[in-house]
Design a binder for this molecule. Structure first.
Ligand SMILES: Nc1nc2c(ncn2[C@@H]2O[C@H](COP(=O)(O)OP(=O)(O)OP(=O)(O)O)[C@@H](O)[C@H]2O)c(=O)[nH]1
Ligand SMILES: [Mg+2]
Ligand SMILES: [Zn+2]
Length: 290
């Protein structure tokens, strides 16, 4: 990418520095170079994008701040992939992915892979998500369970597979579309976690209207740019109780006459989801006061 264009882009982002200027899914213009490579000269306006705070690794922070890392842009839906085990199912992590999808206004579909490793044990917690209206697809690559449902859901859309390392994102794509043979790897026996086998995001074109994006597994996922007062809007089942909060800036922690706390006490909102909400709340931006 050329320097001038790079600077323009940084300025356009209101001096908010981001980690990568171009992301998978971007529509770009390129100049072809003599050696067959290309130089990006323009990025078209994104319809949407999902991002997170860049991981805390050396070299990624700018004056101590954590920068925005764009995961993908111009997408129609997010397959949030989790596994029953290896790595262990983690509802708090799932809720982080969901909140990011909701904040980007992109439909999340929850894929619970490795059903063969004892899906019965997490059935109760999975029912929370179906009860609030999410599409939950339980899959197993080894048992060929519901792979057809994934294939049906990706038709005529751009979909991203996102989740922790080792949950089986690349395996699911390989099973659905064997032509692509993405690299997969067993999980680590000592940590029960994935080995970060996929290292860069990859866009796969299935036909003229259907695209899949495989992404590298994440270790942590902190939402970028969500303010405390807005987080409740990204927990979809909170919506009908928000109007019962006395204050419209309520963060549903300890404020008096809070509709959300009341709904949790009456078991109308699940305690697990509410705890996830509090967990994320602790890590998001303080509100910008005008
Ligand atoms: N038992 C079981 N193992 C599975 C299933 N799906 C995938 N695996 C295994 O899980 C391991 C990790 O799979 P990958 O497809 O590499 O996982 P990934 O999510 O792409 O991981 P990263 O690329 O590191 O993010 C591999 O050993 C797969 O064979 C499944 O449904 N059941
Ligand atoms: Mg992978
Ligand atoms: Zn409240």
């Amino acid at each position: 990418m050329r320097g001038k264009f790079k600077n323009d882009f940084l300025l356009k982002k209101n001096k908010t520095f981001i980690v990568d200027l171009v992301s998978v899914g971007d529509c770009v213009e390129i100049d072809l170079n003599a050696d067959g490579t290309g130089t990006i000269t323009k990025i078209y306006q994104r319809k949407n994008y999902i991002s997170r705070k860049a991981p805390k690794i050396k070299g990624s922070s700018f004056r101590g701040e954590r920068l925005e890392q764009i995961i993908a842009s111009n997408i129609d839906q997010i397959f949030i992939v989790v596994s029953v085990n290896e790595p262990e199912f983690n509802n708090k992590l799932l809720d982080r992915f969901i909140a990011i999808a909701e904040s980007a206004n992109v439909e999340p579909i929850i894929i619970v892979n490795k059903a063969d490793l004892g899906v019965e044990k997490i059935q109760n917690i999975l029912s929370i998500y179906t009860d609030i209206g999410y599409n939950v697809i339980v899959t197993s690559v080894t048992q060929n369970l519901n792979i057809d449902k994934i294939k049906k859901n990706v038709e005529n859309k751009t979909s991203i597979f996102w989740g922790a390392s080792g949950v089986g994102k690349s395996s699911l794509i390989n099973k659905s579309y064997p032509n692509y043979s993405l690299r997969v790897n067993e999980i680590s026996k000592s940590t029960n976690k994935g080995k970060h086998t996929t290292v860069t995001s990859q866009l796969i074109q299935l036909d003229s209207k259907s695209f899949l994006i495989d992404t590298p597994g994440v270790r942590e996922v902190d939402p970028f740019g969500i303010q405390k007062k807005d987080l409740g809007h990204y927990f979809i089942e909170f919506a009908e109780y928000l109007r019962d909060c006395r204050f419209n800036t309520c963060t549903h922690q300890h404020e008096p006459e809070c509709g959300i706390i009341k709904a949790v006490e009456q078991s109308k909102i699940s305690r697990e989801r509410y705890e996830s909400y509090l967990h994320i709340l602790a890590s998001v931006e303080d509100d910008i006061l005008f």
